[in-house]
Design a protein around this ligand. Structure first.
Ligand code: MN
Ligand code: MN
Length: 298
């Protein structure tokens, strides 16, 4: 990795860390999730970064991919266990991170289990290690505390303007023998639950990503596609960003999105959920592997 790349990654990590601290201060029971999301995302931009994806604020049994819709009045409920998943990029170089806040004060052991699993994984992560071995360690740490890892969620590599690349970093022992190599940037993210350890897709999706640019029939789809390509490139974006920044009607946005989805120009990230009534916690950080050294971004 060249110096400029490393320095962009480091800056992304610093901004992420500051935004995590800001989140811990600002997020309260009764907070409007929309207002909070916009506040954190604008802080990212003020600090010289850009959201690598919309802030994820998944609550209780929702494990990932919730972000508020445009002007949503959803608030942080009492007793919420919320995963604050923040991604920042600087010139396309991404720091991906998450932590869990427990407003119920009933799930601190589960919060700690995902934190401990992350620390155990970070401690062993180095060039040449098999990713299955990292998964084995995460699984053992979480099971050792009486919880289950979520089997079908995993960490991942990140690359320039690409939030999810190979290799996957599993949260269980998959016996995957692929190894971490020099020059990789890797996000590790243990998810821990008192449920069965498996998430399903919900119907709702607020987060999307450009797949392929194709000719569009409708003017709405054409304009939205142009906007996405120019502003977010191949990184995930929120429907609310489109609504806010393009200043189009909700109807125009829906018509445009329908065509973009039908033609598979964009793909959706539906909510990922454990069973209703269960709790999920998450901890995540991003590491760089450079010439035998491990650089933790935050
Ligand atoms: Mn993340
Ligand atoms: Mn991630």
């Amino acid at each position: 990795m060249d110096k400029e790349t490393i320095s962009n990654y480091r800056k992304a990590g610093e901004i992420t860390k500051e935004c995590q601290e800001l989140s811990r201060k600002k997020l309260k029971v009764g907070s409007t999730l929309y207002g909070f999301a916009e506040e954190i995302e604008s802080a990212i931009i003020k600090k010289g970064g850009f959201p690598a994806f919309p802030i994820n604020l998944s609550i209780n049994h929702v494990a990932a991919h919730y972000t508020p819709s445009f002007e949503s009045e959803d608030i942080l409920p009492e007793d919420a266990v919320i995963k604050v998943d923040i991604g920042v990029h600087v010139d396309g170089f991404i720091a991906d991170s998450a932590f869990t806040m427990d407003f119920s004060e009933k799930h601190s052991a589960m919060v700690k289990a995902s934190e401990d699993a992350l620390e155990a994984a970070v401690a062993m992560a180095k060039e040449g290690i098999e990713v299955g071995k990292i998964g084995e360690k995460i699984e053992a740490t979480i099971r050792g505390k009486g919880f289950s890892p979520i089997q079908n969620l995993s960490g991942h590599g990140v690359d320039e303007y690409d939030a999810h690349v190979a290799p996957s970093i599993p949260n269980i022992n998959t016996h995957d023998t692929r190894t971490i190599e020099d020059g990789m940037a890797i996000a590790i993210e243990p998810f821990c639950t008192d449920g069965k350890g498996f998430v399903r897709e919900g119907n709702q999706a607020e987060i999307f990503q450009l797949v392929e640019e194709k000719p569009m029939r409708g003017a709405e789809a054409r304009k939205i596609l142009e906007f996405i390509s120019e502003n977010y490139s191949t990184l995930p974006f929120a429907e609310r960003w489109i609504q806010r920044d393009m200043k189009i009607s909700e109807f125009a946005r829906k018509v445009g999105f329908r065509e973009l989805m039908q033609k598979k120009c964009i793909t959706a990230f539906p909510l990922l959920k454990e069973d209703e009534g269960r709790i999920v916690t998450q901890s995540e950080t991003t590491l760089l592997f450079n010439e035998g050294k491990v650089i933790r971004l935050l």
